[in-house]
Design a protein around this ligand. Structure first.
Ligand code: ADP
Length: 274
């Protein structure tokens, strides 16, 4: 009689090994999911705290004005200023949350167009030179010879690139304890990698905080008092999101007391640059 029994292609020890590998991968995926869930929970806790505190301040101020109709002109102005400041903060926070959410689905929100990189950076630089917000800063532009020679055209969303640069410039001013010197620069390495950087002479970032600066809602000073000048803590996560949706990656180097440089690298030149 013909024996139909076929020897399995994999031995028991092979099967055990692959089962072990699969279960290890599942464990790893599970851990990543748990980290992601923890990060999301923290993100939403931060957002609801950040939204709730200005709303509470505004509604308290309204109640106060309703209950005290005969307050002095000075006190009225102070209360209205506080309400205005909290409203500005809320508006910025909501805009940042919308932008972050839209960067999670770049296909529908990012509008790429061919742009000459040198002109884009020069336009941004000269625009800021005219901007009152940077009147007390030294602004510098450092475009390397190779960058200028290459005359690169890139597919990018200019509004998003300006938005990322705005965040980096605003931080360079905010986190500086002397006259800010802000340098915008670009260079092309031998292997064709493009780097665009923003360098400042500010207070710098400690090694401990460096790992957290791109976390959504992270602020080194966590007092979280909402004011028109305070950041939402979403700035650098927005910058990172914008660089990544242009297939780049962002690196930060900093020396506390000396300054910080943010570099965006774009190495996928075939796909990104035209
Ligand atoms: P924020 O809205 O608080 O500015 P960001 O996401 O832009 O949030 O930055 C996160 C934190 O990283 C800031 O709270 C700040 O402490 C630190 N940081 C960002 N940029 C700089 C910089 N250029 N120099 C020093 N610290 C910075």
């Amino acid at each position: 009689m013909k024996n139909d029994f076929k020897k399995p292609e994999l031995s028991v020890s092979d099967l055990t090994r692959s089962l072990y590998n699969v279960s290890k991968k599942l464990q790893q995926a599970n851990q990543e999911l748990m980290v992601h869930e923890r990060e999301s929970a923290l993100f939403y806790a931060n957002i609801s705290h950040d939204l709730r505190s200005p709303i509470t301040a505004i509604s308290n101020a309204i109640e106060y004005l309703q209950a005290n109709q005969d307050i002095s002109r000075e006190e009225l102005n102070e209360t209205l200023n506080l309400m205005g400041e909290r409203t500005k903060y809320l508006t910025r926070l909501i805009n940042d949350i919308f932008l972050l959410a839209s960067l999670d689905t770049p296909a529908s929100s990012v509008h790429m167009e061919p742009v000459n990189l040198r002109f884009l950076l020069e336009d941004y630089f000269y625009m800021n030179q005219e901007d009152a917000a940077y009147a007390d800063c030294d602004l510098k532009l450092e475009l390397s010879e190779r960058f200028i020679e290459k005359n690169l055209m890139a597919l990018l969303d200019p509004h998003l690139i300006y938005r990322a640069l705005d965040n980096l410039y605003a931080n360079a001013v905010k986190y500086c304890d002397k006259r800010p010197v802000i340098t915008l620069g670009a260079d092309v390495a031998e292997d064709g990698t493009l780097v665009v950087f923003v360098k400042d002479n500010g207070i710098g970032i400690s090694a401990d905080n460096m790992a957290k600066i791109y976390d959504r809602g992270f602020r080194v000073d966590s007092s979280r008092t909402p004011s028109a000048d305070n950041g939402s803590g979403f700035g650098l996560s927005i910058v990172k999101g914008i660089v990544e949706c242009h297939k780049g990656n962002i690196v930060c180097e900093s020396t506390p007391g000396e300054g910080t440089i943010f570099k965006a690298y774009f190495s996928d030149t075939k796909e990104n640059l035209i």
